[in-house]
Design a protein around this ligand. Sequence first.
Ligand code: PLP
Length: 388
Amino acid sequence: MDDAKIIYLDNAATTRMDQEVVEAMRPYFSETFANPATLYQIGQKAAKEVDKARDRLAALLNCSPEEVYFTSGGTESDNWLIKSAAWHGNKKHLITSAIEHHAVLESVHYLVENFGCRSTILNVDKHGLASPDALRKAISKDTALVSVMHANNEIGTVEPICELAAICRENGVPFHTDAVQSIGKIPVDVKALGVDSLSLSAHKFHGPKGIGALYVRKGVAIQSFIHGGGQEQGLRAGTSNVPGIVGLGAAAELAQKHLEKHGNREWELVEYLWNKLSASIPKLTRNGHPELRIPNILNISVFGIEGEAILLGLDQHGIQISSGSACTTGNLEASHVLTALKLSPAEARGAVRFSLGRKTTKAEIDRVIEIMPGIAERFRAMSPLWKN
Ligand code: PLP
């Protein structure tokens, strides 16, 4: 099938780049290709574009450009912030939630295994929400950092970040959020959220892969993670990825415009998809919070069959979705997120995620609504679990 014609509903894994972003980046590969740290004109031209992108991203986040550090993506931003908090200073207790992305959980795990840190992993309720009370109880005099994600990548639940951050402020503990999935989907205003630091990644909002950023509030201590040259205020060394940074800036601007103009579009399409599927397929359940969620994710469990079967069945019709998290595809065990929701094994195994993008159309959703009941019926006819 022509790749351009697929019905791509796996935008939480990555997004198709917006053509405007591709065009914005193009000159910085081969025309204005110079290193922005150089003094001659073409270098200074590139440097200006880097500044412009930083300004655009700062406008999206409602922070100052000096508080934005470019990185290689969400994983690096999470690693940088968490390891910096644990390595520098004498506090060794880290708090996070059970449904974080592996970039957070594995960073914490690594620090516990190798650097004498201790962790508290906050449980979530059946909708995926972390509890402010549980956080209040978990904070100790030794807590170096609390990191709780803004929106979950599998179920879309939006965590009560304002409340969690306020508790941390009261206790003088820095608060970080992984906003990789929420940027471009809901407003992400670092001041309104009250966070000290925040991670993001361009390829999740129609920008390029391999570029992201870490916001660190002025006055919050952050140590260098990648040592070398003096880029990013001397805190993140390495020649700047100018095309990527320009792409991130362009994607941030487009995300902001989309939010202002069409903020509800994906929400309506997801509700439409859920209403139609749940009316035509028996025994479907919805995972994640029905209200407190980003607009573009629908996670459902199709009782009696494996999510992978549905994924492959839809793929034969040119429709791409995900079962569990794409980052752990290949691993058929229920994801740690679904496990944390305490779904039954059958519900967890039958979970699939539809994640819409900015350009997803109603016609594409209608095609899923047309195809999916037949797939569920075909696989259920072969399923001993369903027959029983
Ligand atoms: N955090 C979350 C919530 C994610 O969904 C992802 C990617 O799936 C990441 C972090 C990692 O981001 P990146 O792919 O830019 O390294």
